[in-house]
Design a protein around this ligand. Structure first.
Ligand code: PGA
Length: 249
């Protein structure tokens, strides 16, 4: 099976409605000739509607940066899957390292979010990755395995058709330090093996790399067999840089 390739923009807590409009309007004027690459923009909750509207005739899609794992109720400040679906947002990033470290999200919470997304037929972008200390202590593989086995413990292969994994080494996010091609290649291979060893078909799952991806390093990373695209933070805030990354996939 040919895996889908993705170029995903994680705008984090940047861009108001005016910024979102002007970015996506200029995106709509670009030629998207890389037909096998799906592009997804993930703005803040307040900009999702604007994004969906501007991209309604485009092949690009909109995703959220977070979701809660209950369907409704007394959860002040949270947003549910059905609220996102209702405005035409099908993709959601979960388990981002900033949510794990700043907002204390655990692997179990990531699992609950994944379960909720899949039961509501939405498409998860599940982020995993090791910290600098974990890598230095030779624990990368163990951490990836732990994050994946907890997140996917209630899932079956048939449910994962539109699920994306983003491998994002924590030490490479927003630091300008990209993982080497060897590190990325090894990590993506082990992620596929972890899936294979847990009853899934790892070769069907799109695995993106994230962590200081720029228009200067995208080509060498995208040439790796097991890299199926990118999750881009900083460089996704500049429409021309993001377009250059898209064209290198
Ligand atoms: P970065 O962020 O590209 O700025 O390193 C990536 C991410 O956090 O998804």
């Amino acid at each position: 099976m040919l895996r889908t390739r993705f170029c995903v923009a994680n705008w984090k807590m940047n861009f108001n409605c005016t910024d979102t409009k002007s970015f996506l309007e200029s995106w709509n004027n670009k030629e998207l000739n890389n037909k096998e690459v799906k592009t997804i923009f993930c703005p803040s909750f307040t900009e999702l509607n604007t994004g969906v509207e501007i991209l309604q005739y485009s092949d690009s899609e909109i995703g959220a940066q977070n979701v809660f794992y209950e369907s409704s109720g007394a959860y002040t400040g949270e947003v549910s899957c059905s609220m996102l679906k209702n405005i035409g947002c099908q993709w959601v990033i979960i388990g981002h390292s900033e949510r794990r470290s700043i907002f204390s999200e655990t692997d179990e919470m990531v699992r609950n979010k994944l379960d909720q997304l899949i039961s509501e037929r939405m498409n998860p972008i599940v982020c995993i990755g090791e910290t600098k200390t974990q890598r230095e202590n030779g624990k990368t593989q163990e951490i990836l395995s732990q994050q994946l086995s907890i997140a996917f413990e209630n899932q079956e292969d048939v449910n994962l058709k539109n699920t994306i994994i983003a491998y994002e080494p924590v030490w490479a996010i927003g630091t300008g330090i990209t993982a080497t091609v060897e590190m990325v290649s090894d990590a993506h291979k082990s992620i596929r093996n972890i899936f294979n060893n847990n009853g899934f078909n790892g070769s069907n799952i799109s695995i993106l790399y994230g962590g200081s991806v720029t228009d200067g390093n995208a080509t060498e990373l995208s040439e790796l067999t097991d890299v199926d695209g990118f999750l881009v933070g900083g460089a996704s805030l500049d429409v021309d840089k993001f377009y250059a990354i898209y064209n290198q996939l």
